[in-house]
Design a protein around this ligand. Structure first.
Ligand code: ADP
Length: 341
């Protein structure tokens, strides 16, 4: 089962159901990522004309940017069924063999976090992607034999937050790869406008723009903040949101004026104050904020780098001048460093 959570966040079934309901079902409804959309449209059109399953697709990028949604759109637009799985659920080659051998012709298989699959399964997937065939090992030791098994042709859509961790032989077997970028505020406004209609929330343009500005370039966060604003309106017996209502709701959830959350700020704070702006290694930084290095690298860091608050150097992570300004710290020299403690 695909895990739609942000890192460290508790699962809420109702929230997941709402998230599902807000997903666009066609490329035309999918906001932004114009280049990727154009390329995927071509891929799907060609497959439809030739009446074959579309090429395998690899989508990379931070969580919440639309990878799962695009996989669902691929299935929907090509009129094929969709099977959902994830790397951590495939811990043995046998798990993958069972999954692949049960696919129906043309089915779209979505594997989230494809970089976290077991190595033995990964090797089985190479052959499956290329020849729609797998070899099943029967027996052990000297008496072991492999039995070839033909598969129904399928389209694999792999998603990863860490494309660098994907072995080249696997990456090379995807006919189309795309990296999803953070969204511009105007694009997020369009996501929010659409979701607000679906949730029955009335939002003037200024309130919409404020939510977009605080959504960390991420549609999932935009939708989630919109739901918190809706909760605020419900509790206060109001039907429409103004900018004060948006501010009041989002302040309650620790989202700051530019959309950074508690973990973003903890990382910046550690970088600037404890490590005097760096450079500091990822592992050390992760320990300092009590979080997994993988979460820092795939969730926190991409956005802080994108907005110019953090830099990556061969010697480690560094804080950029904008980070000092945001934290209200005047300069590097004014900070008591880790070594001084
Ligand atoms: P990922 O798989 O990359 O973590 P998802 O596809 O689950 O992200 O997207 C999270 C939520 O954001 C979905 O509920 C979807 O409604 C919304 N969303 C993502 N991308 C877009 C988009 N381009 N246009 C509209 N909504 C989007």
């Amino acid at each position: 089962m695909v895990d739609f959570r942000e890192a460290g966040e508790p699962v809420d079934e109702t929230e997941l159901a709402i998230e599902g309901a807000l997903r666009p079902t066609s490329l035309a409804e999918f906001v932004g990522q114009q280049k990727v959309r154009g390329q995927m449209q071509l891929l799907l059109d060609a497959a439809r004309i030739q009446q074959r399953p579309a090429d395998h697709i690899l989508l990379s990028g931070p969580p919440g940017l639309g990878k799962t949604t695009l996989a669902m759109i691929v299935a929907h637009e090509s009129g094929r069924p969709l099977r959902l799985s994830s790397g951590p659920a495939i811990q043995h080659a046998g798990d993958l063999a069972a999954l692949l051998s049960s696919l129906t012709p043309g089915e779209v298989l979505f594997i989230d976090e494809v970089h976290r699959m077991a190595r033995s399964a990964e090797e089985m997937l190479y052959l499956a992607m290329e020849d729609f065939r797998i070899d099943i090992m029967v027996g052990k030791g000297a008496g072991a034999t492999s039995i070839p098994l033909d598969l129904a042709p399928f389209t694999l859509v792999g998603a990863t937050t860490r494309s660098g961790l994907l072995p080249n032989p696997l990456r090379d077997r995807f006919g189309f790869t795309a990296h999803l970028e953070f969204y511009e505020p105007e694009e997020l406004e369009r996501v929010i406008e659409r979701s607000a209609v679906m949730l029955g929330v009335s939002l003037p343009p200024a309130a919409r723009a404020e939510i977009a500005r605080r959504s960390r370039g991420t549609p999932r966060i935009a939708n989630r903040l919109l739901r918190r604003v809706r909760d605020y309106l419900v509790v206060h017996g109001r039907t429409g949101a103004d900018i004060e209502a948006v501010d009041a709701a989002l302040d309650l959830y620790d989202v700051d004026a530019i959309g950074l959350d508690r973990l973003d700020r903890a990382v910046l704070d550690a970088l600037v104050r404890r490590f005097r702006g760096g450079p500091v290694g990822l592992g050390t930084l992760a320990v300092a904020v009590g979080e997994e290095a993988d979460t820092i690298e795939s969730v926190v860091e991409p956005y802080l780098v994108r907005i110019g608050f953090m830099g990556r150097t061969p010697r480690g992570r560094i804080a950029m001048p904008e980070a000092y300004a945001h934290l209200g710290v005047p300069s590097v020299d004014s900070v008591l460093g880790f070594d001084d403690l």
